[in-house]
Design a protein around this ligand. Structure first.
Ligand code: HEM
Length: 405
């Protein structure tokens, strides 16, 4: 039987109680605090276990008794099964396929290469600000945050400039469906993915004929040279790269800006010390992560805190809750860009640690620094009427209106 806390969090997560759900999605952290009174919670409504505390989330991310899929011979007890349209992306694979494909992709994302992107991102962000400066207003998510990861990942994948708008359009649908696990068998999702993949197939054909210095060409080379990657794996992983780095980074930028405007002394401090911005990004990741939950499957029966997680059952690692665990963080509900702290779990951990973590950090650091230092009198004009989509896995506001002098 579920407790009151579990019931209200589940009800909020399903959207069955509109007002309660609205409050939950506007601020899930109070509910998380209640949930953390128990380390492992059976969510009867969804049919999975919730893991609420930092220590357990951190350990499970590196524990081989938990993986993405049930092992052969173990029944799949997940309430939502993996669907084929995402199956060959590394995000959903276990070793040995995961190890093989990830090793091909990881080179493109090393810290040195990412740091070399700094001037490109600096000039992109400067251009976006200049394009809007005279308007004295813009919408944070669509006008400012979205074009940053969208342009950078399009550059990295080698998507021609004249095709980017169409590509971004298609990706919006996929992102919507990719975010919404409950719509996993929706026909419209299949259609959107088919169109997106047709587009990617054409891109791959073009790059195969005329390779350039980009990630798609590098992956094609790996695919063609010794068959380290199948055609399906190639397409699914290019699609994954495009999608994984999009909404997550857009939402992190938005969550960071909101956090600063809700904590003015921190905003003032960063304006005075813009060199602290890269530390601040670590705190933004902890304070209000754009990824809130990650699923895993038990490979065998596992005893935890007096509960038995059965082989084949799904667990959900509550990253947002772990990041606010006061067993780990002093004053955990407070934004403190200067805290000496241990890394948040927002990029996951272990074998699936986010491939784009360095890129996302860099994009967020430059975006937030330029935004708060270059537009005098910057303010948010709809702070009292912000809304959040009812998505328990991903977190970020709908429109945020900015204005400046
Ligand atoms: C703030 C921005 C981002 C956040 C919060 C984020 C978060 C995450 C998390 C939590 C995982 C682990 C998933 C799991 O263990 O199940 C992950 C994996 C991944 N991320 Fe990110 N991500 C961000 C940006 C990016 C960017 C910019 C890219 C690439 C351009 C990217 C590409 C990937 C890929 C390819 C994986 C799969 C890695 C694997 O399964 O081995 N991410 N991300």
């Amino acid at each position: 039987m579920s407790t009151d806390v579990e019931t209200s969090a589940s009800a909020a997560a399903t959207g069955n109680l509109p007002e309660e759900a609205r409050r939950f999605f506007a601020n899930p952290y109070d509910a998380y605090q209640h949930l953390r009174t128990k380390a492992v919670i059976w969510d009867a409504d969804f049919g999975f276990w919730r893991i609420t505390r930092y220590e357990d989330v951190d350990a499970i991310l590196r524990d081989k008794r938990f993986a993405k899929n049930p092992p052969p011979g173990v029944p799949d007890l997940r309430p939502i099964q993996q669907v084929d349209r995402f199956s060959s992306g590394i995000l959903n694979l276990d070793p040995p396929d995961h190890t093989r494909i990830r090793s091909l992709m990881v080179k493109a994302f090393n810290a040195k290469r990412m740091e070399a992107m700094r001037p490109v991102i600096e000039s992109l962000v400067a251009n976006i600000i200049e394009a809007h400066r005279a308007d004295r207003t813009m919408e944070l998510k669509g006008d400012f945050a979205h074009p940053i990861p969208a342009t950078i990942i399009s550059d990295m994948l080698g998507i021609p400039e004249d095709q980017r708008e169409h590509f971004a359009q298609l990706s919006q649908d996929i992102i919507r469906f990719g975010n919404d696990l409950l719509a996993a068998d929706d026909e419209a999702a299949d259609e959107a993915i088919r169109e997106f993949d047709d587009f990617l197939s054409a891109l791959v054909r073009e790059k195969r004929a005329n390779p350039t210095d980009d990630l798609t060409s590098a992956l094609i080379e790996a695919r063609d040279d010794g068959g380290a990657l199948s055609e399906k794996e190639l397409i699914h992983n290019v699609r994954l790269l495009f999608i994984a780095g999009h909404e997550t980074t857009v939402n992190l930028i938005c969550n960071a800006v909101l956090a600063l405007f809700q904590n003015r002394e921190q905003l003032a401090y960063l304006r005075e010390h813009p060199d602290k911005m890269s530390d601040a990004v670590e705190e933004f990741l902890r304070f209000d992560s754009s990824v809130q939950q990650l699923p895993r499957v038990a490979q065998e029966d596992v005893e935890m805190h007096g509960e038995t997680i059965k082989a084949g059952q799904m667990i959900v690692l509550m990253l947002g809750s772990a990041n606010h665990d006061d067993r780990r963080y002093e004053d955990s509900e407070k934004l403190n860009v200067d805290r000496t702290f241990h890394r948040a779990k927002s990029f996951g951990g272990g074998a699936h640690f986010c491939l784009g973590a360095q890129l996302a950090r860099l994009e967020t650091e430059i975006a937030v620094r330029k935004l708060i230092t270059e537009l005098p009198g910057l303010c948010i004009t709809n702070m009292d009427s912000l809304s959040y989509p009812p998505n328990p896995f991903f977190r970020g506001p709908e429109a945020v209106q900015l204005a400046w002098d």
